[in-house]
Design a protein around this ligand. Structure first.
Ligand SMILES: [Zn+2]
Length: 283
C-alpha cells in the first residue's frame, strides 16, 4: 500500500482561508498564508466540497511552489453510524469526495467527524463506524488515492470519537490515523495539563507506533465550557496551548497543526512563533 509523503517538520496553518483573504480566490489565499510565514492550510469543506477538479490542479501547483501543505475538513453532515442506510452511503461519499479533490490538490490528510451514538452502545456504534470507514478505504485504494483519513476526537460525550475509539480505528484500518483535537479533549475529558498531553502522545506512540507521532494532524483552538463547546481564541480560553506545544516538542512530533480559533491565522501565527521560540529557531 502506498502511504502519503512523510511529514518533514511540524507545520502551522489556519482552518480555512485566512480572514485577511476573505472574499479572495483560493490562490490569493495561499499566497497570503505564505506571506504570514505559515506553511499549512486546511480546506474547509464543512458546508460543501466547493473546490472543483480543474481548480484543484492549479491549487496543487501553487501550494507546491509555496511549500504549503494542505489538509481538508470533510462536511459536518457525516454520520457513519446513522440509523438510515442512505445517510451512511451519503457520509461515505462525502469523505471519498473530500479525499479525491484534496488528492488532486496535492494534499495530505482529510479529517472528519465520525458520527453520533444516538443512545446506542459504544461498541455497536464502533462496529458501524468501522464498517462504513472500511468501505471508504476500499474505494480510495482502488482509485490509488494516498491521503490520510482521520477520524477526529470529538468534544461531546454524545458523539462517537473518544481517544480510544479513534486510535482503535487507526489500528484496524489501513490509511487511517487519528486527528487529535486538543480543545475537544480538554472539553470532553478535562485534559488540560502536561501530564494529560503526555498521556495522549504516549498512548499514540504505544498503540500506533512512532510513525503516528511523525505524521500527526492536530487541531488547536480555545474552547468554552458551554453546552456545545464553542471555539474561542486561545488568549480568551484556559487551554494550556503553550504546554501542548512544549509536549509536542518533547515527543518530537511532526505533521500539521491547524488553528481552529475564530481568529484563524492569528492563533496560527502565535503558535508558530512559540514553536520557533522553544525550538530556538530564528525566522
Ligand atoms: Zn472538526
Amino acid at each position: 500500500m502506498q502511504v502519503p509523503k512523510p511529514a518533514d517538520r511540524l507545520r502551522f496553518g489556519p482552518a480555512g482561508v485566512p480572514h485577511r483573504a476573505k472574499g479572495k480566490d483560493i490562490i490569493q489565499a495561499l499566497k497570503i498564508v505564505k506571506e504570514l510565514g505559515l506553511d499549512a492550510m486546511e480546506l474547509e469543506f464543512v458546508r460543501g466540497i466547493w473546490l472543483k477538479p480543474e481548480k484543484a490542479q492549479i491549487v496543487r501547483r501553487v501550494a507546491e511552489e509555496l511549500d504549503i501543505w494542505l489538509t481538508a475538513h470533510a462536511p459536518y453532515y457525516i454520520n457513519l453510524a446513522a440509523k438510515e442506510e442512505a445517510k451512511i452511503e451519503k457520509s461515505i461519499r462525502y469523505i471519498v469526495e473530500s479525499a479525491r479533490v484534496l488528492h488532486l490538490a496535492g494534499g495530505w490528510s482529510v479529517v472528519f467527524h465520525p458520527g453520533w451514538y444516538m443512545k446506542r452502545s459504544p461498541s455497536l456504534v464502533y462496529e458501524k463506524v468501522k464498517q462504513a470507514l472500511s468501505r471508504v478505504i476500499e474505494i480510495l485504494k482502488q482509485e490509488g488515492i494516498d491521503v490520510w483519513i482521520r477520524p477526529e476526537t470529538m468534544e461531546l460525550k454524545s458523539r462517537f470519537g473518544n481517544l480510544d475509539e479513534v486510535i482503535r480505528l487507526s489500528q484496524e484500518l489501513d490509511m487511517v490515523l487519528p486527528c487529535i483535537d486538543f480543545a475537544h479533549l480538554r472539553y470532553r475529558e478535562g485534559w488540560n495539563s502536561k501530564e494529560h498531553f503526555r498521556y495522549i502522545l504516549e498512548k499514540i506512540e504505544n498503540e500506533l507506533g512512532r510513525f503516528a507521532l511523525d505524521n500527526m494532524h492536530i487541531h488547536i483552538s480555545g474552547i468554552k465550557l458551554d453546552k456545545r463547546g464553542t471555539h474561542l481564541n486561545l488568549n480568551e480560553s484556559d487551554l494550556r496551548w503553550r504546554e501542548i506545544l512544549e509536549v509536542l516538542k518533547e515527543f518530537n512530533v511532526k505533521g500539521v497543526v491547524i488553528s481552529e480559533s475564530p481568529n484563524l491565522e492569528e492563533d496560527g501565527m502565535m503558535m508558530r512563533d512559540y514553536w520557533l521560540k522553544i525550538n530556538k529557531i530564528t525566522a
